[in-house]
Design a protein around this ligand. Structure first.
Ligand code: HEM
Length: 406
């Protein structure tokens, strides 16, 4: 990179809580979809903002996800950064190691297996909506619904007691929170590590019918995976599924409440829900700081030469608002033809849990809107608070499900 060129500081702020930074569209308009930026670490990197360039970067095996390589920054949070740099599982490694480890848990997340969790998810959601209906209004959708469903389904899949869901949520929240001191974050991570160490030891003693047990007996016991790697993989699956799905539930609700015409379409035709989930994923693209890569060789990205060792950030959020692929991207359209968004990433690291996330969002949001047609937002979108991590994590979303709160 030419260090004399003017360099934009990245990340940019979102224009609003629900919409991307204006800089993305400006860069594309100015014919600069691959822009030079300066990262929060002070390092320079490239920022890809067009759908074509984002796919080109994420789909090219010449770009590495290894956080030890120059320019790869998985998280703006110091605590998370330290954690990731210690030793990543497959989300932070490259093929062939990545593919080998991903295959160890892949069958657990296949669409067919994930579908078998629908009755569980429906039951859990109904119970939570009962509690929300009976509670004094307004209620916080994050703590009463968004955070709870992903934690409970994780417990169900891994064979953990549902009573542990609260501990897992609270520990992860402390670890991730920008309000936590480094000591608090470290203590929360230690508690999670100890917890999963105990789970692994328990499954070694007693074989059960759950994901944790299958991982231990198919991988750890025959020596394909270390004890640390086994615990680490369980922990990474917990981390991958919680804040992401929680924030999508909370912000998806906000977005639909802000677009009552679209909520009315869903009310009239519930068969539109799966497509609506895709559109909410595209519009919000909560995985805002995921897509950091390092060039392992000199690579041409649609005409832009990237030198070996350069960092590239492929912005999923920018790609999902590229008007060449999504006409009028700022319009929420639950009938939009789905299929091309990159909210779950692209290439070898594409989200392993996407079928589960889709199912959770479909079940929870469709039930929430069917049950409370008069629900109204109490926190205006501009007043929402967020944790600025790799995920656009909503911390509190107040709604009145009876529509009566003043
Ligand atoms: C709406 C919810 C979710 C969103 C938006 C989301 C988004 C993403 C994105 C963008 C990536 C790509 C990372 C990269 O390219 O570096 C990813 C990877 C991953 N996600 Fe998700 N995710 C969600 C839910 C889940 C769930 C429910 C789980 C598991 C329980 C999960 C587990 C993973 C794992 C393990 C990876 C790493 C895959 C690999 O590197 O091969 N995610 N996710």
């Amino acid at each position: 990179m030419n260090v004399d060129d003017p360099i934009l500081s990245w990340p940019f702020d979102r224009a609003t809580a629900l919409t991307p930074p204006v800089e993305h569209a400006a860069l594309r308009r100015e014919g600069c979809p691959m822009a030079k930026v300066s990262l929060w670490s002070g390092e320079d990197a490239w920022l890809a903002t067009s759908h074509a360039d984002v796919q080109a970067v994420l789909g090219d095996p010449g770009f590495s996800s290894d956080p030890h390589k120059p320019g790869v920054l998985p998280s703006p949070s110091e605590a998370a950064l330290t954690f990731w740099k210690v030793k990543g599982t497959f989300d932070k490694t490259d093929p062939p190691e990545h593919d080998h480890e991903r295959r160890m848990v892949q069958t657990e997340f296949l669409v067919k297996r994930v579908r078998s969790y629908r009755p569980f998810l429906e039951r859990v959601t109904d119970d939570l909506l009962d509690a929300i209906e009976a509670a004094e209004q307004p209620v916080d959708l994050v703590t009463m619904l968004g955070d709870v469903v992903p934690a409970l389904i994780t417990c169900e899949m891994m064979g953990l007691p549902p009573a542990d869901a609260g501990f897992l949520r609270a520990s992860l929240a402390t670890f991730m929170s920008q309000a936590s001191t480094p000591e608090q974050s470290a203590a929360a991570m230690t508690a999670l590590i100890d917890y999963f160490d105990a789970v692994v030891a328990d499954r070694e003693r007693t074989e059960r019918d759950d994901l944790a047990s299958r991982l231990v007996h198919a991988q750890l016991v025959p020596g394909h995976l270390s004890r640390e790697g086994t615990r680490r993989m369980l922990l990474d699956l917990l981390i991958g599924g919680l804040d992401t799905t929680s924030s999508m539930i909370a912000l998806g609700t906000v977005l639909l409440l802000e677009n009552p015409d679209q909520a009315a379409l869903l009310d009239a035709d519930p068969a539109l829900w799966p497509g609506a989930v895709e559109e909410l994923l595209r519009y919000l693209t909560i995985a805002q700081f995921i897509g950091s890569r390092s060039a392992t060789a000199d690579i041409d990205v649609n005409g832009t030469p990237i030198a070996a060792g350069d960092g590239v950030f492929a912005s999923l959020l920018a790609a999902n608002w590229d008007p060449k692929v999504f006409p009028d991207p700022e319009v929420l359209d639950v009938t939009r033809a789905p299929g091309k968004h990159v909210a779950f990433g692209y290439g070898v690291h594409q989200c392993l849990g996407q079928a589960l996330a889709r199912l959770e969002l479909d079940v929870v949001l469709s039930k929430l809107f069917a049950r409370f047609p008069s629900m109204r937002l109490v926190t205006p979108p501009d007043d929402l608070r967020f944790n600025r991590t790799t995920i656009h994590t909503a911390l509190e979303v107040l709604v009145d499900v009876h529509g009566s709160h003043r």
